[in-house]
Design a protein around this ligand. Structure first.
Ligand code: MLC
Ligand code: AMP
Length: 514
């Protein structure tokens, strides 16, 4: 019996394949039935199989969000290959690294970036580069169109790779987290149970899908949730708060990073009437401020369910769906999911006492297989007894409820995207006129945290903030580019010569009204 994740998702399609599975919400609505998903993924899987790729080949995808891009992901699973999704904001230096490191056999990119992406891909040895645009044009679908719409999913074992998700590294080098079919499927099954997904026979759920599909949240948690439950998705290629609220009366489930909730709250149309059919609002990927949690309850009548996870582990903890199991507590991320172990460990590696703050470590069937081609790094991130070190800091109360209080990793989470200061500093330090820099995260009312850079100019140089920002935008994804940049004479340092980022954070904490 194959453990291919696709087969499990396919088995959950409703018996009536002519029902609508996905309805697009921006532009004239398009309706994709379950049969469309079945046939479209078969044709794409047949195209991939016709390329005769070795087992374990990676398919790297950098496209705008579209239903076809989701189908491509499903087709990669179906064909037994490894999906490698990439943020559409990545620029050429970032893409060169991912393509060079992952050595994908296939790259799929937007038509407008074919020139530079294909150049990178061919020079890294990639044999096949296709294009896919968000209007269903491009060579991928053209080529798939000649293939059969029947396809038997490839046999895969539970421990075979399904996807690689790159997460930035503290020292600058991004690491590819290798996730298996079993990692993803076990987590999707646990979440289906935990969040009380209602099958079509039970009245059905309708998910508003408004997150990008190149990260765990939108690709796995949201899409798998709906697919494994045979639930319809209302599909937004980009989050638009007004449009989302307009569709809420038809929906029952919404998932978002905290910024999405902040933006929903900014709309007067968000009220109890708009949310009357909603069953569940889920937040994660970054800390949800208690003010947002409270204001949302006040306005919508719904208590947001906050959960916690990461690329290496998919979901780890969740507040309860069923409130007879306990209340949903703002500021906490709930208890460990079924089958998941979560512990807090102190400085001397001893287990923390109840409510004592420590490093959060986890284990379970959802925990990834390791970092792609980085055995050393993988070993470092696991304890001798097999627990994964999350880099998050938190405490666990007597009832097992986890509160994340900070991070030991030098990481900024802005609008749900991770930014590693070391990466931005290394690019900044190479720009003309820059001697050294310190990149920090400061509170931001919309993004939660915003990236800010403080830098020292080389003697005799007078770099201009605007020009530096423009130069950064050409090299790194927009969300990593500092929202503000300060040029100073010295960076504050401690007696050991280490930059005191805490002082800089304190100094700039009021910049964005966070
Ligand atoms: C866009 N910008 C951002 C940004 N998103 N800057 C900082 N942080 C972000 N997250 C830039 C834009 O490029 C633009 O730059 C400027 O900020 C204003 O853009 P905007 O129009 O306000 O942004 P928008 O396109 O609306 O995007 C905001 C957003 C998006 C919140 C909708 O960032 C988003 O979809 N975030 C979700 C990320 C996510 O899915 N994370 C899950 C990770 S999984 P300029 O220079 O052009 O003005 C994970 C594990 C887990 O963490 O537990 O789930
Ligand atoms: P990523 O590498 O994008 O998968 O980001 C994972 C990180 O996001 C985690 O290690 C946490 O630091 C953070 N995170 C995810 N969910 C939450 C949450 N609910 N509260 C606080 N931090 C979170």
């Amino acid at each position: 019996m194959s453990d291919n994740l696709f087969s499990a998702l396919r088995a959950a399609f409703p018996a009536d394949l002519d029902q609508v599975a996905i309805e697009t919400a921006d532009g004239p609505p398009l309706h994709y039935t379950w049969r469309d998903l079945e046939r479209g993924t078969a044709m794409l899987a047949n195209l991939l199989e016709s390329l005769d790729l070795p087992a374990g080949s990676r398919v790297a995808v950098q496209t705008e969000k579209s239903v076809e891009a989701l189908m491509l992901y499903l087709a990669v699973l179906r064909a037994g290959l490894v999906h490698l999704p990439l943020n559409s904001a990545y620029q050429s230096a970032e893409m060169a690294y991912f393509i060079g490191d992952a050595e994908p056999a296939v790259v799929v990119c937007a038509g407008r970036s074919f020139g530079w992406v294909s150049k990178l891909a061919f020079s890294a040895g990639t044999a096949h580069v296709f294009t896919l645009n968000d209007d269903r044009s491009g060579s991928l679908l053209q080529r798939a169109a000649v293939h059969s719409d029947q396809h038997a999913a490839a046999d895969r074992e539970a421990g075979d790779l399904a996807a690689i998700l790159y997460t930035s590294g503290t020292t600058g080098r991004s690491k590819g987290a290798m996730l298996t079919h079993a990692n993803l499927l076990s987590n999707a099954r646990v979440l289906k149970e935990c969040w009380g997904w209602r099958t079509p026979e039970q009245g059905g759920d309708v998910l508003i899908h408004a997150l990008p599909i190149f990260h765990v949240h939108g690709l796995f948690v949201a899409s798998h949730g709906a697919l494994l439950n045979g639930s319809k998705m209302i599909w937004f290629s980009k989050f638009d708060p007004q449009a989302v609220i307009a569709r809420m009366p038809e929906a029952t489930v919404f998932m978002g990073v905290p910024t999405l909730y902040v933006r929903l709250l900014a709309e007067p149309a968000l009220n109890r009437e708009a949310c009357r059919h909603m069953r569940l609002f889920i937040s994660g990927s970054a800390p949800l401020l208690i003010e947002t949690f409270d204001a949302f309850r006040e306005r919508s009548g719904h208590t947001i369910l906050e959960r916690y996870g990461m690329s290496e582990t998919v979901m780890l903890t969740s507040n309860p769906y069923d409130t007879t199991q306990g209340e949903r507590r703002g500021g906490t991320v709930g208890r460990a999911l079924a089958g998941v172990g979560v512990r807090a460990v102190g400085e001397a590696r001893g287990l923390c006492a109840t409510d004592e703050i420590g490093a959060i470590e986890v284990r379970g069937p959802n925990v990834f297989k390791g970092y792609w081609r980085m055995p050393e790094k993988t070993r470092e991130e696991f304890t001798a007894d097999g627990w994964f070190k999350t880099g998050d800091v938190g405490r666990i109360d007597a009832a097992g409820v986890v509160t994340i209080v900070g991070r030991s990793k030098d990481l900024i989470i802005s609008g749900g995207y991770n930014v590693y200061p070391a990466e931005v500093e290394s690019v900044l330090n190479e720009l003309p006129g820059v001697l050294e820099s310190a990149v920090i995260g400061v509170p931001h009312a919309d993004f939660g945290e915003a990236v800010v850079a403080v830098l020292v100019a080389r003697p005799g140089a007078a770099p201009q903030a605007g020009a530096l920002i423009a130069a950064l935008k050409a090299q790194i994804a927009n969300f990593k580019v500092p929202k503000q940049l300060f040029i100073v004479t010295d960076l504050p340092r401690n007696a050991m010569g280490k930059v005191q980022k805490n002082l800089l954070r304190e100094q700039h904490k009021g910049l964005f009204g966070g």
